[in-house]
Design a protein around this ligand. Sequence first.
Ligand code: SF4
Length: 692
Amino acid sequence: VVELGMPTRSVVTTCAYCGVGCSFKAELRGDELVRMVPYKDGGANEGHSCVKGRFAFGYADHPDRVLAPMVRDSIADPWREVSWEEAIGFTARRLREIQAEHGVGSIGGITSSRTTNEEVYVVQKMVRAVFGNNNVDTCARVCHSPTGYGLKQTFGTSAGTQDFRSVARSDVILVIGANPTDAHPVFASRMKRRLREGAKLIVIDPRRISLVRSPHIEAAHHLQLAPGTNVAVVNAFSHVVVTEGLADREFVAQRCEGYEEWAEFIAGEEHSPEAAEEITGVPAAELRAAARLYATGGNGAIYYGLGVTEHSQGSTMVMGMANLAMATGNIGRDGVGVNPLRGQNNVQGSCDMGSFPHELPGYRHVGDDDVRGIYEHLWGVDLQDEPGLRIPNMFDAATEGSFRALFVQGEDIAQSDPNTQHVHAALAALDLLVVQDLFVNETAKFAHVLLPGTSFLEKDGTFTNAERRINRVRPVMRPRTGKHEWEIVCELSQAMGYPMHYESSAQIMDEIALTTPTFAGVSFEHLDRVGSVQWPCNEAAPNGTPIMHQDGFVRGLGRFVETVYVPTSERSTRKFPLILTTGRILSQYNVGAQTRRTANVAWHPEDLLELHPHDAEVRGIRDGDLVALSSRVGRTTLRALLSDRMPVGVCYTTFHHPVTGANVITTENSDWATNCPEYKVTAVQVALTTEQ
Ligand code: SF4
């Protein structure tokens, strides 16, 4: 068998790309990974996969991998390869020196949605117990933080309501600001199966995503709204529900609070489809028809993505969708619900693990004395009861001089965060930037210490997908760097004087289970036995919870919230007459750090600017021309792709390549409640150019 080049052993693990969380059998010949085979018993994928999970794993042994720690005194100096001992000692000493000079709150950390739950948990523990503050935030800040806020306000917990299987029981599927075919392909297949069986589809998106019209699927309604006007659309839906007597009065009477006041608010003429037409550009008759279909068409399910959250009203929109689902009784059973399609593999987990500056693991506020007491007792330290800095606040404080050192785990903030110029200025102002990553990425260019990280093939732990499913990530090979990432964090904590030690990542999960009620029944042993489990998993739900809020909401009664539409301050002007919005393509992934280092890059070697033929013609632009894209904060160049998928006046690009750097263009606008950046609305100008 070996002579024929066939695999000799296999390890079941989890894809490290999107929030679908597909299980794979990694098949090896000796120590060499031969192929990734979708695992038929995988709870999220049941034997299916997409091109990323199947083929884009070669980055793990790409020559760009950093395998030994590196340090330098200043970012003008060349990197110096050092031992682990020296790198950790240097980092610990500098962190303590900076705190001694500038105060306890002058340092902080950012966790990653690409790393395991266990790796995230130890970083937030290090910040709280060792750094002595709550200056810890997750990269979910820039994607799904409004989901966390909005669903907690209305339902009581920061997570989607359904399992993926539930879509097979939906009659009307409402897709808002998401492109599942490209961004969540395996879940999109489930959805398409149901649509081919006859479920009705409503798409709310400025761009004609492929789901709108694909083989044997035709959306009943594609509401091609102006970017930034989601809240006006969802309010119009609710207005129709309330004023046309389509609400599920029994459900709201038994399960919710605040309905009467909210119904009076939403029945106001300013929320009518006619008023929304003025704001969104979507004909009132179409809004009314789509709302009636959702309210009366049977089981109505909402699936949404970053086109909802990455707006100045991202949190408002999440609450608006929750209002709509509650008003129509579309919560708490199979086939319905409000479901965020998470971007990265462990967005849900990084949020669950307490890496928000105001929340300990399990979404419990740092100001809650009882909860803080649990950790103070276990960790043997006093914890701060005031929330710490969010990522954008860290950048602002760095440029102002009060924030001086940052530990960044597995996230390329210099490329992924908005208003690149401001981020670069903040990173350059730090006295110490520590990056834990696979590559010398854009952020590492500002770093003083680079602690090499591990790929998913080397990790031992868990990821939690968009349906709250906790999947095992099993090591296919030993860490090529010689250390697990959680070991590095423990050693750094010890070097700073705090005893943090675990025998294994399983022991970290045991601590998570001990302190977090929704994880109380989770252990590696349990996961190995049952395959995977969806939280809450505890005494009340030993087999996990595929569908939430069945008998009551987590907060008791579902809460209606008045969602006032407030226009974004980002408007098209004479100087910047077009609106830019952003997204992803199937073969690439986020900032492309991984996929650009695999064969996938050949499929899509550069970011393109999708431009409506009319907008191109008036500028003398033809397909493939090099164009300059500029906004009030920056300028970049890329090639034009003429496409009528965008309406006139709106253009679109991806952000997979650092050379293009779409975030040079995006502004500092952000969600009012969570500071999630408004990536989806930027006023721009496009012009022919010859300069790169
Ligand atoms: Fe990986 Fe997502 Fe593709 Fe599944 S759908 S294989 S999790 S990238």
